[in-house]
Design a protein around this ligand. Structure first.
Ligand code: MLT
Length: 410
């Protein structure tokens, strides 16, 4: 019989959002008439930008004729999309990124999860607590951690607590770490790191030969001018940081799937013999071996968000979600619930009333007012006592949810 990867045995039974879906399905079965409002998983509700729809229709037509048909594309992505990404997200912000430093993919969840494959298993990983579970779970699967301890932490991982007391800004680790996952704007807390906080991390990475894995999937939601949109706005980051970006939340591609990873050729790792190797070359090797490129039709849809019309359309949708965020934040405040985030991110991170355990609060919301959110404990032990709501619902549901909070017995 084939042996299994026993690292999987270290993981809790199911992925956070699968567990939530299971609990909601059980509730729905018992209460088929319940009018459930889903503010749990961060999935968008508004349709794709019309510019993308138009471009994808045209791309479908391209596939219908031998002259314009496309088979396998470049694994790293088509030049037409990479050029637009560089121009809009980097050159216009004074950042130099070369076309062969961008790798288009089927979304940044895959990239954030897969990137650890190019690193040695002896590396020490630092993650914030709470954290987007993909970073941690994929390192557990790879054997880069020990087992789950009674305090909810995996042995061998360096956890960086983020809570209201430290303004959700992690402190530098006391011990040496090799791989540092940062997510800004943050999922789940909806908060951001200032330029000086990011400078601190880039400085640490440079001093300690560490690599920052910077998830900027929510960059398009930043409203405050002084919050960096990219880690590469920080001097020296080009030598130590890999950045992940996504079209999912930027342009409604959660079901369409497109994202990209930026790996400057100046980011290096070392072999046991001390020789230095470009992580760009390693990722290129992995990408070309394991991936055959994002669909041409999808890349045309992604390209279209950079047209004038596309930019207006995505900005309008993002403003719609951010108005939802304002409604939720203020609605929670009005019933005496303390909430964070929701200014530069589509997530609201609230303190559970009276310090209620977050899974208990999940059950309370589901059963009393039929609202689904995400328990903070699902993102790590420091998420206990917190709870996440998303602003990705439609306006009507968002307003109805806020009304229901007024009836919650707390
Ligand atoms: C979330 O709810 O945290 C996100 O939807 C997860 C993701 O983007 O994969």
């Amino acid at each position: 019989m084939a042996l299994i990867n026993e690292n999987y045995l270290k993981l809790p039974g199911s992925y956070l959002f699968a567990e939530i879906a299971r609990r909601v399905a059980t509730f729905k079965e018992a209460h088929p008439k319940a009018d459930i409002i889903r503010l749990g998983i961060g999935d968008v509700t508004q349709p794709l930008p019309p510019a993308s729809i138009e471009a994808m229709h045209k791309a479908v037509d391209d596939m219908a004729s031998a002259e314009t048909f496309r088979g396998y594309g470049p694994e790293q992505g088509y030049a037409f999309l990479i050029g637009k990404i560089i121009d809009h997200n980097y050159t216009q912000r004074g950042i130099k990124i070369a076309p062969d430093e961008i790798f288009v993919s089927d979304g940044s969840k895959s990239d954030c999860g897969n990137i650890q494959e190019i690193f040695g298993t002896a590396n020490v990983v630092a993650i914030t607590d709470p954290v987007y579970p993909v970073y941690l779970d994929t390192n557990v699967m790879a054997g880069r951690t020990g087992s789950l301890q009674t305090d909810g932490h995996f042995a061998g991982v360096v956890y960086l607590p983020c809570n209201a007391e430290n303004d959700f800004a992690p402190s530098l680790p006391a011990e040496h770490v090799d791989m540092i996952y940062l997510c800004c704007p943050n999922n789940p807390t909806g908060t951001t790191l200032s330029r000086s906080e990011l400078e601190k991390w880039v400085h640490y990475a440079r001093e300690n030969d560490a690599v920052i894995l910077f998830d900027a999937a929510y960059a398009a939601y930043i409203t405050e001018p002084d919050v960096p949109r990219s880690i590469y706005e920080i001097d020296g980051a080009r030598d130590v940081a890999i950045e992940f970006r996504s079209f999912s939340k930027t342009a409604g591609f959660t079901g369409t799937r497109c994202g990209y990873t930026v790996i400057p050729k100046t980011v290096f790792g070392k072999a046991a013999d001390g020789s230095r190797h470009s992580l760009n070359a390693f990722w290129n090797r992995r990408h070309t071996t394991k991936f055959n490129g994002t669909a041409y039709i999808v890349q045309r849809g992604a390209e279209a968000i950079y047209s004038t019309a596309g930019q207006q359309q995505i900005k309008k949708t993002i403003a719609y979600y951010m108005e939802n965020a304002r409604i939720i934040r203020e609605g929670l405040g009005a019933v005496g619930i303390t909430a964070f985030g929701g200014i530069n991110a589509p997530y609201i991170w609230l303190k559970t009333p009276n310090g209620m355990p977050s899974w208990d609060f999940f059950d309370k919301l589901l059963t009393e007012i039929n609202i689904v959110g995400t328990p903070g404990a699902g993102f790590g032990p420091c998420g206990e006592g917190y709870f996440r709501l998303t602003s990705f619902g439609n306006r009507e549901d968002t307003l109805r949810a806020v009304e229901r909070f007024k009836t919650l017995k707390i």
